[in-house]
Design a protein around this ligand. Structure first.
Ligand SMILES: C[C@](O)(CO)[C@H](O)COP(=O)(O)OP(=O)(O)OC[C@H]1O[C@@H](n2ccc(N)nc2=O)[C@H](O)[C@@H]1O
Ligand SMILES: Nc1ncnc2c1ncn2[C@@H]1O[C@H](COP(=O)(O)OP(=O)(O)OP(=O)(O)O)[C@@H](O)[C@H]1O
Length: 285
C-alpha cells in the first residue's frame, strides 16, 4: 500500500535515441549531444521508515557493496546535505540490466533523491536536486528533471523536447559494457560536430556503436538480428539495443521471437518520467 511513510516508486529506464560525442574535455569527461526519452519500464524502489537513523538497502543489490550502491550514495548525500537525522529502508527490485546503457543505476539514484526529498520533507527544488545528483553521475540530472530532453555538456544541460509516444523492444545481449572503458578507449569517435539547426533533419547516430560492436561481437549480432524488424540502435555505451514501433503489437512480436540467449522487454516511451508521475500521485493529492 502506498502511504507517505511506506510507498513504492519506479526507477525508469532511459534510451539515448542518438548520442553524439563532440569532444573530450580536459577533465576526461566528454562533451555530448544526446536525446533522452523515458520508458514505462524499470526497477522498483520500496521506501519505508527506519526506526534507526541508518540507511538500510535490501533486495536485488546483486553483490554491490552498500558504499558503492548508487541508492545508498544518493540517500546519504541528501541526508548529509540537509542534516537529516532520520533513517530509511529501501528495497530494490532490479529489472534493468546493469551496464546495459539504460541508466539503471542513475535512475535508482534519481528516484531515491526525488522520493526522499518528499518523505523527509527536505524541500530542495529540482535545480538543487539535479546538482546533487550530478555528483553521482552524468545521467542522474535528466532523471531528476524528468522530461524528454536533448542534453549537452556532459549530459547535464537539458533542453526539453516533446516526442511522439512510441513502443520499443529493448534487447540485452547478456553483456556488461563498462561506460568508463568505452569513454577511455583510444578508438572512440569523439569529433562529431554539434548539430546546427533542427536536430530532426540531421543524420542521428550513436558514436559509441562502432567501437562497442568491435569490442563486443554479441552487440553487433543483436543489432543485425533486430534489423529484420526495423532500424536498430544501441543506447548509451551499450550493451542494450532497441527497435522503435508505432504499436505495442509490433514491438511484442520482436520480443516473442527473441533468441533464448538474450533477454528483452517491451515498453512505451513517456515525455514525463514515470517516477515523477508516480510521486505526484502519492504526495501531491
Ligand atoms: C553514456 C551515457 O549513458 C549517455 O546517457 C552517460 O553519459 C553516462 O552517464 P553515467 O553512467 O551517469 O556516467 P558517470 O557515472 O558520470 O561516468 C562514467 C564514466 O563515463 C565517463 N563519461 C561520462 C559522461 C560523459 N559525458 N563523458 C564521460 O567521459 C566518465 O569519465 C566515467 O569514466
Ligand atoms: N543501484 C544500482 N543499480 C545498478 N548499478 C549500480 C547501482 N549502484 C551502483 N551501480 C554500479 O553502476 C554500474 C553501472 O550501472 P548501470 O546499470 O547504471 O549502467 P548503465 O545502464 O550502462 O548506465 P549508463 O547508461 O548511465 O552508462 C554497475 O556496473 C554497478 O557497478
Amino acid at each position: 500500500m502506498n502511504t507517505k511513510t511506506a510507498f513504492s516508486v519506479i526507477a525508469p529506464a532511459k534510451l539515448n535515441l542518438f548520442l553524439h560525442i563532440n569532444a573530450r574535455r580536459d577533465d576526461g569527461y566528454h562533451e555530448l549531444e544526446t536525446l533522452f526519452t523515458f520508458l514505462n519500464f524499470g526497477d522498483t524502489l520500496d521506501f519505508s521508515v527506519n526506526e534507526a537513523p541508518t540507511i538500510l538497502i535490501t533486495g536485488d543489490t546483486k553483490g554491490i557493496a552498500d558504499c558503492d550502491n548508487l541508492i545508498y550514495k544518493a540517500a546519504l548525500l541528501l541526508k548529509n546535505h540537509c542534516g537529516i537525522s532520520s533513517g530509511v529502508k529501501i528495497n530494490l527490485t532490479k529489472r534493468l540490466p546493469m551496464g546495459g546503457g539504460v541508466g539503471g543505476g542513475s535512475s535508482d539514484a534519481a528516484t531515491t533523491l526525488l522520493a526522499l526529498n518528499k518523505m523527509w520533507n527536505t524541500q530542495l527544488n529540482i535545480d538543487e536536486l539535479a546538482n546533487l545528483g550530478l555528483q553521482l553521475g552524468a545521467d542522474v540530472p535528466v532523471f531528476i528533471r524528468g522530461k524528454s530532453a536533448i542534453a549537452h555538456g556532459i549530459g547535464e544541460q537539458l533542453v526539453d523536447v516533446e516526442l511522439e509516444q512510441k513502443w520499443y523492444c529493448v534487447v540485452h545481449p547478456n553483456q556488461h559494457v563498462s561506460t568508463a572503458k568505452i569513454f577511455t578507449h583510444p578508438d572512440l569517435k569523439r569529433d562529431t560536430p554539434k548539430i546546427s539547426g533542427d536536430w530532426r533533419t540531421h543524420k542521428l547516430t550513436n558514436d559509441c556503436e562502432p567501437l562497442v560492436k568491435k569490442l563486443c561481437p554479441e552487440v553487433e549480432k543483436t543489432l543485425q538480428w533486430l534489423l529484420k524488424y526495423a532500424p536498430s540502435k544501441m543506447t548509451g555505451t551499450g550493451s542494450c539495443c532497441f527497435v522503435e514501433f508505432a504499436s505495442q503489437v509490433q514491438a511484442q512480436d520482436v520480443l516473442d521471437n527473441l533468441p533464448h540467449t538474450w533477454q528483452g522487454f517491451v515498453a512505451s516511451s513517456a515525455n514525463v518520467s514515470p517516477a515523477h508521475t508516480e510521486l505526484a500521485a502519492i504526495f501531491d493529492q
